[in-house]
Design a binder for this molecule. Structure first.
Ligand code: ZN
Length: 194
């Protein structure tokens, strides 16, 4: 007869217990580990997300700053350009004014010169006319005071030359007198001396 041991003294009982314990522990440990892994992954991803957001915000700020700076620089440049243009325009205007003034002055001078020239010409003309009149008068005076020869008995002509052949028929009956007197007495210039 074999001795019957109680069931807890049998080797397979303990084996079953051990196996159950191991499995239970394994299961819960696994679960715990998974949970903690999950936890840490979540935390890490949140951290990563946060740092990514911060980075993005910083980049955005940086971009905005750069944009602002560029805009300011552009504005300053535009202002500078406008000032330069205004200065140039002012300069050109001044130059134009100067040129206009110079033109006006030159025109004025030309007109004055023209007037002066016209006046000089007029004076010259007047002087010439005066001289001419004087010469004419002198010539007339000269002519009138010249001595001429007439033959009262043989003709109505006067002669400058006392030996003129027109006087031959007078046979020495010749009278001399100023031209003016001869003309006033109706004598006319000899045909030979015309
Ligand atoms: Zn004569």
């Amino acid at each position: 007869m074999q001795y019957k041991r109680p069931f807890y003294k049998k080797w397979w009982f303990w084996l079953v217990i051990a196996v159950i314990t191991v499995f239970t522990n394994l299961g819960s440990g696994n679960n715990n580990e998974t949970q903690s892994t999950h936890h840490s992954t979540e935390a890490r991803s949140a951290k990563v997300e946060k740092s990514r957001k911060q980075k993005a915000a910083a980049e955005k700020r940086k971009e905005e700053k750069a944009r602002k700076l560029a805009a300011e620089r552009k504005k300053a440049q535009a202002k500078k350009l406008a000032a330069k243009k205004a200065k140039l325009r002012k300069k050109q205007l001044a130059q134009k004014r100067r040129e206009k003034r110079a033109r006006q002055l030159a025109q004025k001078r030309r007109r004055a010169q023209k007037r002066q020239l016209a006046l000089q010409q007029k004076q010259k003309k007047q002087l010439l006319a005066q001289k001419k009149a004087q010469a004419k008068q002198a010539a007339a005076n000269d002519r009138n005071s010249r001595t001429v020869y007439v033959a009262p008995t043989s003709g109505r002509r006067y002669h400058f030359d006392p030996n003129c052949r027109g006087l031959r028929p007078a046979n020495g009956n010749i009278t001399q007198m100023p031209l003016k007197e001869a003309i006033s007495e109706g004598y006319t210039l000899c045909k030979w001396e015309d």
